[in-house]
Design a protein around this ligand. Sequence first.
Ligand code: TYD
Length: 206
Amino acid sequence: MSRGLFLTLEGGDGSGKTTQAELLQEWLLREGRSVVRTREPGGTDVGLEVRELVLHHRGDIAPRAEALLYAADRAHHVATLVRPALARGEVVIQDRYIDSSVAYQGAGRVLDPGEVRRVSEWATEGLQPDLTVLLDLDEQAARARLDAARTRYDRLEAEASEFHARVRAAYLEIAAAEPERFLVVDAALPAAEIAEQIRDRVRPLL
Ligand code: TYD
């Protein structure tokens, strides 16, 4: 039996993770592999309840509570879905993992990124991806996509774009620190080209 493979996709909102997960799944199925596609938050029944709380709760959630909710979703997801699939020799393609917590919760500037990572590593008993694809959207492309959808920015949107820039910088920093785990792709490229870069990096891992 082939060994399991844990592949994660990271990147800002709207960077094309879903499209790439689909293309990667189709290719791996053609290669004869069993594939599980999943996501955080919300990859399990418990996770869906956590997702509802963390993404749709009206009112503030304290930053440490928010970080723990993502970690709780992750703990249950890894224990009940991801590890069993890997043990069966399957390929797990996952939309967002620990790096999302480090980039997003860390980019709020309130929490220490190293502490955020340690909480999730405890939650997952140290499960690391074999490969993480970062779909990096440069500022120009991100702005062009925003401009296509909006003619004016309100204060909130301006703030959101500053937060987005911090998340992007955090992701690039994480990727630079672990080049052997990461593939960084320019998310402004055509989807087919991105998919090819990902396949080239995954092929030797199969
Ligand atoms: P997601 O469902 O991937 O939304 P999108 O399709 O817009 O990328 O993720 C929902 C949000 O949750 C996203 O804005 C990032 C955030 N998030 C965190 O802040 N921390 C985390 O650990 C995870 C997994 C997601």
